[in-house]
Design a protein around this ligand. Structure first.
Ligand code: GUN
Length: 294
């Protein structure tokens, strides 16, 4: 069965739109910082700002030159930190190579870090604090599984990939106590030995390794749940565009062996955006509450 991330994300966007439709004196505001013109990043940023407009969140797109100095980028972030009208700040990754993402991201005010990448928020996540901003893709996967009534408690979940954006926080979220968690988590990566044997014991596989069709049918236990985070562009002369977008899972081969699978596109991607809106709304509510107390 298809896990329809697009539909679930649409429901969440409707809920946020509804909640914002009355009783607020201003709109929430998200600032998205894009350095350079990396084509996928340009597309993702445009999707994010478009989704903001659809639910009633204002967005500011800060487009900065690829050769910007780290100091100048940090100054831009500090301006957004100090702007009382800005509730959320996201620096689109990857950054050009001369910029150190860790140096840059730690300058975002953790209370506006709706992307969940600040060390304070990642630290809280690892310590089991649920009242933090969790990174949007792993949070979206957790929410999608919960809303699809797929209970991971006690299940063996294999996360393939160890990035700061997906693999590591995904593992942290799933091993928490509480609803939608309590999983037994294995994190595999490019150096993992016997991956096929490990994968065959997994009840849920979350593929976030960035390699087209990496998860093949012989790696999947019958009835497993498959979540595909990959977005890979591969040459395909049969398409008018000359390419096609595929995930990290060999969808056609795996779909009849598993119980649930997310499509690419239309699975995890829309959930990432829905969680960005949700985190921005959460930041807005928190900041309004603090303002009304002072
Ligand atoms: N690049 C790809 N996905 C993401 C994301 O969720 N957040 C940021 N900041 N950059 C990304």
């Amino acid at each position: 069965m298809i896990l329809d991330g697009k539909q679930i994300a649409g429901e969440i966007q409707q809920e946020i739109k509804q909640a914002l439709s009355s009783g607020h004196t201003r709109m929430p505001c998200l600032a998205v910082v894009l350095v350079g013109e990396n084509p996928p990043s340009v597309i993702y940023v445009n999707r994010k700002t478009k989704a903001c407009a659809e639910v009633g969140i204002k967005s500011i797109k800060k487009e900065l030159p690829a050769n910007i100095a780290e100091k100048a980028l940090i100054e831009e972030i500090e301006q957004l930190n100090n702007d009382p009208a800005v509730d959320g700040i996201l620096v689109q990754l990857p950054l050009p190579h001369h910029l150190n993402p860790m140096n840059v991201i730690q300058h975002i005010n953790a209370e506006k870090d709706v992307d969940g990448q600040h060390p304070e928020n990642l630290g809280k996540l690892f310590m089991g604090d649920t009242d933090t901003f969790a990174p949007c893709t792993p949070l979206g996967i957790k929410v999608m599984l919960e809303r699809s009534n797929i209970d991971v408690s006690g299940q063996h979940v294999l996360v393939i990939g160890r990035s700061n954006l997906v693999g590591k926080p995904m593992a942290a979220l799933l091993m928490q106590t509480g609803p939608g968690a309590n999983a037994t988590v294995t994190v595999a990566h490019s150096r993992t030995k016997n991956l096929k044997e490990i994968a065959m014991t997994a009840d849920v596989i979350i593929a976030a390794i960035g390699q087209p069709k990496f998860v093949t049918a012989d790696m999947v236990k019958p009835g497993a749940v498959i979540v595909d985070v990959g977005i890979n562009k591969i040459d395909d002369s049969t398409k008018g565009t000359g390419y096609q977008i595929v995930g990290d899972v060999d969808f056609d081969a795996v779909k009849d062996k598993c119980s649930y699978i997310t499509p690419v596109p239309g699975g995890v991607g829309p959930m990432t955006i829905a969680m960005l809106l949700s985190n921005t709304y959460k930041s807005f509510l928190r900041r309004q509450a603090i303002k009304s107390q002072t």
